[in-house]
Every structure is written in C-alpha cells, then in structure tokens.
Design a protein around this ligand. Structure first.
Ligand code: GDP
Ligand code: MG
Ligand code: K
Length: 281
C-alpha cells in the first residue's frame, strides 16, 4: 500500500518534536516541499505492516498569513493534503490551544487531537472529559504523554481510522453572524460555480480568507482570474459594514466567534476543576 502521511501541527512547545521522536525513534531528515519555506522535519516508521511518513510542521497559534511558520504550515496542509493531521495540544492550556484545532477543522482536515502533557494535568486539580470533547468537536481525542510514549499507538490508530472515515476534506462551518454568513455563502457559491482555485483550496476556507483580508490568498486570487475582483468587492463591502456598525474589522469578528465557539464547548463541561468532593455539577 502507499505511504500514509501524518502531519503534526500545534502551538510552539506543545510537544510536537517529542511526539515526532516517539513515533519515529527520531530517525529524520528535513523534508523539502514546494512553496514551503520553513523546514519541516520528516521521518518514517512502520505500524502493523503499514509504512507511515510523519511530518513535524512549524509551531503556530493560528493559520493566518502573518508569519513564515503559519504560511509554511498551511501551504503544506493544503498543498500536500496529508492523510491525517494530528494536532498536538498542551492539555494544560486546552481552551487556548483549541484555537488552532478549530482552524484546522475549518480547513476540513481529517483531524486527531493529541491532548499532550497529560502527566502534568493529572497532577493538578483538573479533569478533562475527552469523550465529551471528542463528541462536541467531532474528531478523535487521544490523551498522550509524548515524553514517555504514552498514547502513541492510540494516536496512530486514531489517525489511520480518521483518514479512512474522512477521505474528503470537509470544512467545519461555524456561524459568524447573519451578515457574514450570508457573504460567506455568496462567495462560496461564486467560487464553486467557477471552480475558482478549488483544486487547491476548499471553497469555504477560501471565502473565509477573503473576509479575513488574507494577503497571500488575495495575491493568489488575482493571479487566478477575474473572479478575484468580485470576491474582493464582497469582502470590502463586509469590511465597511463591520467598521461602521462594530468599529472593528472582519478578521477580529471572526476571531471572536471562533473563541466563542470554543467557549461554548467549554461551558458544556469539557474541563472540570476541583476535587470530586467539592465539584458542583
Ligand atoms: P514543540 O515545540 O511542539 O516541538 O515541543 P517539544 O517537543 O520541543 O516539547 C517542548 C517541551 O515540553 C520539552 O521540554 C519537552 O520535553 C516537553 N514535553 C513534551 N511532551 C511532554 C509531555 O507529555 N509531558 C511533559 N511533562 N513534558 C513534555
Ligand atoms: Mg519542535
Ligand atoms: K521548499
């Protein structure tokens, strides 16, 4: 069978490289991918007769176009379409770490969350309901301690089965207010009807990037053709409305709604603090 590609994403210091080493035994070289400027370490290992390539992507908090790391990570993900993406999170800072996970889901990646540093979490007065998180976010969630290799096989198996379950990249659709949702749908329809850059980008993700004012995407869009003008016009209209009514830009509104989406998950009780005696349900 073909080599299975698993990409490791995550915030800086979440334990990606430690996970990479636990997976590969640290046999690695630097992978060179078209358009990807920041080095991505690449290694191979075998698991139950399958050959697996694992790529350690640069650490990022987001997938905007503001840093070389972010651009490299998203260029790799969209350009290479790995079979599975394992987002390595520091479980101590779960809520903040989910910001990247949500963006990966919005990209449509077949995602597995590796809740890493669980050894530290277990020493604290903090419980994470991984089954509930998995159900709410719609992807497998595995507890790991990359330093000891705990959760390694579970993570690999989750990545393999997630890839089987989700062969198509299916973007998560968060609501960004009625106005923005309408503009997003309008853009998505135009993008899909024209097949505009759809060989490279999911239509929903492209529309979101236009609304966020993403410069890299606008440059790509202008090279790709006339439709970029219509998409920019819609995005500009939304931006003016946003400035007038909310005194801010769409990018900030989108970030707020993402954090709101995560906060709504948290409110359902994903994280509990306090001992079982003092916990109030
Ligand atoms: P990266 O920036 O995401 O590649 O993170 P690293 O793999 O370099 O890890 C950052 C730090 O966290 C290092 O000091 C690791 O030894 C440590 N670390 C990684 N995984 C774990 C874990 O599961 N538990 C604990 N306690 N420390 C970890
Ligand atoms: Mg690293
Ligand atoms: K390259």
């Amino acid at each position: 069978a073909d080599t299975f590609t698993m990409a490791l994403t995550g915030n800086p210091n979440s334990g990606k490289t430690t996970s990479f080493n636990a997976l590969t035994g640290s046999r690695q070289h630097v992978g060179n991918y078209p358009g990807v400027t920041v080095d991505c370490k690449e290694g191979f290992f075998r698991h139950e007769g399958r050959s697996i390539r694992v790529v350690d992507l640069p650490g990022t908090y987001s997938l905007t176009a503001y840093t070389a790391e972010e651009i490299s990570a998203r260029d790799f993900l969209l350009g290479q379409r790995p079979d599975a993406v394992v987002d390595v999170l520091d479980a101590n800072t779960l809520e903040r770490s989910l910001y990247l996970a949500v963006q990966l889901l919005e990209m449509g990646a077949p995602l597995v969350l590796s809740l890493n540093m669980m050894d530290e979490v277990r020493k604290k007065d903090m419980q994470i309901n991984t089954a509930l998180l998995s159900e709410l976010i719609g992807c497998p969630v595995i507890e790991t301690v990359a330093r000891t290799g705990e959760g390694r096989d579970a993570m690999i198996n989750a990545a393999l089965s997630q890839a089987d379950d989700q062969r198509e990249w299916k973007p998560l659709r968060i609501s960004y207010s009625a106005d923005m949702d309408e503009a997003l749908l309008e853009m998505e329809d135009l993008i899909n009807a024209a097949g505009f850059l759809t060989d490279r980008f999911p239509a929903r993700w492209l529309a979101l990037k236009y609304l966020e004012g993403d410069e890299q995407i606008r440059v790509e869009g202008r090279k790709a053709g006339e439709l970029s003008n219509s998409l920019e016009a819609i995005a500009d209209r939304v931006e003016q409305h946003c400035r007038k009514t909310l005194n801010t830009d769409p990018e900030a509104v989108i970030a707020d709604y993402r954090y709101g989406f995560i906060a709504s998950l948290m409110k359902k009780g994903v994280v509990r603090r306090g001992t079982s005696q003092t916990r109030i349900e």
